[in-house]
Write a new protein. Structure first.
Length: 297
């Protein structure tokens, strides 16, 4: 079997897909990384609806190396894949696809880098273990947050959702990842009984639950990673800023999940570091410096 998956330094194409997608910061991050690596690769944001995904993927030529995906494409890509990494299987979501040629046939390999982005962003702030994690929201990113909690050694995850009845899939994901889970309504009463050292919010940055949290003691007891990042501080970040706990912006998660994506595109391995990776990371950070704001500690 001949695997020609390793890219060359010649021009290659990549893109982030979604609808809408014009707001995405991924082109900034990836362009900065490839410039730092000396690669003549082009990464665009392309508006692709769910119904058009299969045709779009089928129409890519040999110059295409891979794709980044936003929801709902993270789920609808699944039947098009030849393989999925363990995190994609656990979460049910694939946000990275790498094209390869094996014996002349194109192969699509799927990966989830959202989990790694959460874990790496927290590690920057020396948060490497959490016994009990609270996840706010039960949407697509919540699945990655639950698996990230398990990787941090969480014995229990509390998911607080506005529609708890829609969170059944998260129960299966938590059990497969090796942690127990409870699904609770997102109310002040529920917040007050949660004794978590870490909160991962997957809610929109302007979400109304910030009002609930202003009446809760949870911010004073827990560190926060908020996947929202623009504007920053988010509504939840502003509530946490009154406490002495660590607050991590979703921009850090975004940067780190993109870095793992770039490892995949360059090395075909999410665990294999890039050449001079610290310089690559610094270039990516500089590309989004204008989005940094007060409130993160």
């Amino acid at each position: 079997m001949t695997d020609s998956s390793m890219p060359t330094a010649t021009a290659r194409r990549l893109a982030v897909l979604g609808s809408p997608i014009a707001h995405s910061l991924s082109p900034r991050l990836h362009a900065a990384a490839y410039a730092a690596l000396g690669l003549d690769w082009h990464y665009d944001a392309i508006d692709v609806a769910e119904d058009d995904l299969a045709a779009f993927v089928a129409g890519r030529g040999d110059e295409w190396l891979g794709l980044s995906l936003t929801m709902p494409l993270k789920h609808s890509i699944r039947p098009l894949l030849d393989s999925r990494d363990e995190l994609s299987v656990l979460t049910g979501a694939t946000n990275t696809v790498r094209f390869a040629r094996v014996d002349g046939e194109r192969r699509l390999d799927g990966f989830n880098t959202d989990v790694g982005g959460i874990v790496r962003a927290l590690a920057e702030k020396s948060i490497v273990h959490a016994r009990h994690v609270a996840v706010l929201g039960a949407g697509a990113t919540a699945a990655s947050a639950v698996v990230a909690a398990a990787l941090l050694g969480a014995e229990h995850v509390s998911v607080l959702a506005r529609s708890p009845e829609k969170a059944d899939e998260l129960v299966q994901i938590a059990h497969a990842a090796g942690t127990s889970i409870a699904i609770l309504p997102l109310t002040v009463a529920s917040l007050d009984i949660v004794d978590a050292s870490l909160v991962i919010s997957t809610l929109p940055g302007t979400a109304e639950p910030a009002v609930l949290l202003s009446d809760s003691t949870l911010p004073a007891r827990s560190d926060l990673l908020d996947v929202a990042y623009h504007p920053w501080p988010s509504a939840l970040g502003a509530v946490w800023s009154a406490s002495d706990r660590t607050v991590v912006s979703g921009l850090r998660m975004l940067i780190h999940q993109a870095l793992v994506q770039i490892r995949i595109f360059v090395n075909a391995d999410p665990a294999l570091s890039l050449p001079d990776e610290s310089a690559v990371l610094a270039a990516m950070e500089s590309s989004v410096d204008d989005l940094d704001g007060p409130g993160e500690r």
